[in-house]
Design a binder for this molecule. Structure first.
Ligand SMILES: NC(=O)c1ccc[n+]([C@@H]2O[C@H](COP(=O)([O-])OP(=O)(O)OC[C@H]3O[C@@H](n4cnc5c(N)ncnc54)[C@H](O)[C@@H]3O)[C@@H](O)[C@H]2O)c1
Length: 363
């Protein structure tokens, strides 16, 4: 029998606790330690009966961990993860890969130089619903992808913003924290983004970061999409509030939040309903809905299982630092478009020195 992998969780906040709970359900891996300087982190470690180290350096020095999940604030992703990689410890790093393009590129370079696995936590890509949707879209069930729309209304409570980083420019805001998931999925389904246009506002909350944004995307391969996001708007039309991915934290309303319309059929998510015409498409005839088959599965568990496989067998991560950095480049383009009122082309040339590698999953 293979020995259990000793995994540490660094940053025992909101999502760190999800990883801790998920690790508790996994076979072949176990939580060996937490690293978090806060009293809440120490209290959690005590309740779990595992050691709590103050930071990544102390964790590395302790020799307790074979790999780590990094769930610290965005602006710490580079120093924490680079230290782990340089110490030879594989990393599952929460999204976004970093707070800035410069930090993200340094992290891509660290992963390349060390050859140690670095998986970025765009967990939705491990969701069976997304995998089934990807197979349907890339397999041509919708015909050519013509347009898509994703909504993301997340009425976050005041307590959420007590952590200062969540309202600090360069570290927080719903573009970097939440929209990065939607960008990642749009790239996953449509391919690279050719141009963006955007509006962003901070009027609802009055923080230094935006609270609401509307974004238009055009894709290199053709097709258009709109994304509408707010952390101050009430409504169930958000992936987080409909997909049932993290039921300990979020309800799962029976609505769709993403709509993809192709030349032959449409697809709504997360309900995974395909809307097809009988015969040739004709807007005057009723479409037939059909649920696509999907196996049940927890994306956080699937993500950790993939991480364990990378540690044990090697291979390319399903979401590499390079891939996640392309999401940041698109976000920077969205910010610039919102500031200038101009259409902006995301410039992926900074990634050219890091060749894309096939990851063994249809991506
Ligand atoms: N995949 C997802 O859906 C998802 C969901 C939520 C958050 N996130 C990401 O996870 C990260 C953490 O977000 P959160 O909402 O859990 O934050 P949080 O503020 O709730 O928790 C962060 C924790 O990290 C600790 N910490 C801070 N600096 C540290 C350091 N240098 N070393 C060790 N611990 C440190 C803090 O004490 C705190 O306990 C962010 O990057 C965020 O974007 C991802």
């Amino acid at each position: 029998m293979t020995a259990s992998l000793n995994i540490a969780v660094i940053g025992a906040g909101a999502i760190g606790r999800t990883h801790v709970e998920t690790l508790g359900r996994m076979e072949g891996m176990r939580l060996c330690a937490l690293a978090d300087p806060s009293p809440a982190g120490r209290a959690l470690a005590e309740s779990l009966g595992v050691p709590c180290l103050p930071d990544a350096e102390a964790l590395i020095a302790s020799g307790l961990a074979q790999a780590a999940v990094v769930a610290t604030p965005n602006e710490t992703h580079l120093p924490v993860s680079a230290a782990l990689l340089r110490a030879g410890l594989p990393v599952l790093l929460e999204k976004p890969v970093a707070e800035s393009l410069d930090s993200a590129l340094r992290l891509v370079a660290a992963a390349e130089e060390t050859g140690v696995p670095l998986l970025v936590g765009h967990h939705r890509r491990h969701n069976p619903i997304i995998r089934a949707a990807h197979a349907a879209i890339r397999g041509g069930l919708l015909g050519d992808l013509v347009m898509a729309t994703a909504t993301c209304s997340l009425a976050k409570p005041a307590s959420y913003f007590e952590a200062a980083w969540r309202r600090t420019p360069g570290a927080g805001g719903p573009l970097l924290i939440n929209l990065v998931h939607e960008i990642d999925l749009m790239r996953h389904f449509f391919g690279e983004i050719a141009q963006v246009q955007a509006f962003a506002g901070d009027q609802r909350r009055g923080f230094a970061v935006e609270d609401t944004a509307a974004v238009c995307l055009s894709f290199e391969a053709g097709g258009l999409a709109t994304l509408c996001i707010s952390d101050a708007a009430v409504g169930p039309w958000a992936w987080d509030l409909s997909a049932g991915e993290n039921r300990a934290r979020f309800p799962a309303h029976a609505v769709s939040a993403h709509h993809y319309a192709g030349s032959r059929a449409g697809l709504s998510l997360p309900d995974l309903t395909l809307w097809e015409p009988q015969g040739e498409p004709d807007w005057t005839r009723e479409l037939q809905p059909r649920k696509l088959p999907v196996a049940q599965g927890d994306p956080y568990e699937a993500q950790l299982a993939h991480f364990a496989e990378l540690i044990r067998k090697g291979g390319e991560p399903r979401v590499s630092a390079r891939d996640a950095t392309a999401n940041l480049i698109v976000l920077d383009a969205i910010r610039l478009a919102a500031e200038t009122g101009q259409a902006v082309r995301p410039d992926l040339s900074a990634l050219e020195r890091f060749p894309a590698k096939p990851n063994g999953f249809a991506s």
